[in-house]
Write a protein that binds this ligand. Structure first.
Ligand code: IMP
Length: 203
């Protein structure tokens, strides 16, 4: 029985992960299936540090193959901010709208050609034996001058991926799921899982 424990309490995230790599495991569970009182503080300076901290802590507690992720938005003109602070950029109780407003305000005098940015996603997988694997996905683009579109979440309404003139929130979710930072990190992880499990999926 090959089980994957996803180091999150977010069932939506777990559902997405199940669709992406569920075929390599008999079962995919989250922290809600164990002990939801576990609270991991994401205080790392990098996405790598945060994902590794989460994965190691959960693997140490439960001894199951574990997957943890960390992601966010890095804006060139802000020297990579909000970066690991993406979720808390406008304070703990702020909304996506508040964060977007703050970002656009910080960039109000930045011209089109200096509005480069990237979404980053880091995944850390720890297998049954405690071996650690890390993958990363980056999606380059630029920050729009105003929010557009209703799809997605977070900073999607102001992120225009390279090669497109629409924001992630205007694009079909299927397109986002092909080109996003998360899609790329999972593509890399799938290659690793294929090698670890010799392409023996659990289908
Ligand atoms: P975490 O990876 O769950 O810690 O959250 C990272 C934060 O980065 C989210 O709350 C969003 O604000 C932002 N973020 C990460 N990925 C995306 C994305 O695909 N679209 C929009 N915002 C994102």
């Amino acid at each position: 029985m090959r089980k994957l424990l996803v180091a999150t309490k977010n069932e939506g995230k777990a559902k997405e992960i199940k669709q992406l790599i569920g075929s390599y495991f008999d079962d995919v569970v989250t922290l809600n299936d164990f002990d939801s009182s576990v609270n991991i503080i994401e205080d790392g300076r990098t996405f790598e540090e945060n994902a590794l901290k989460k994965a190691k802590m959960i693997y140490t507690l439960y001894g199951q193959p574990t997957l943890a992720d960390d992601s966010g938005l890095e804006v060139d003109a802000l020297d990579g901010r909000p970066g690991v602070m993406s979720a808390r950029y406008a304070g703990e109780n702020a909304t996506d709208e508040d964060r977007i407003k703050k970002l656009l305000n910080e960039l109000k005098s930045v011209p089109e050609d200096k509005r480069g940015a990237q979404f980053v996603c880091v995944l850390v997988f720890i297998d049954q034996q405690g071996r650690i694997y890390q993958t990363k996905g980056i999606c380059r683009g630029k920050i729009a001058f105003e929010p557009r579109g209703e799809n997605g979440f977070g900073y999607d309404p102001v992120f225009v991926p390279d090669g497109f003139d629409r924001t992630f929130a205007e694009l079909d979710s299927q397109i986002k799921n092909q080109i996003s930072h998360r899609a790329k990190a999972f593509e890399n992880l799938k290659k690793i899982l294929g090698e670890i499990y010799n392409e023996n999926t659990c289908d």
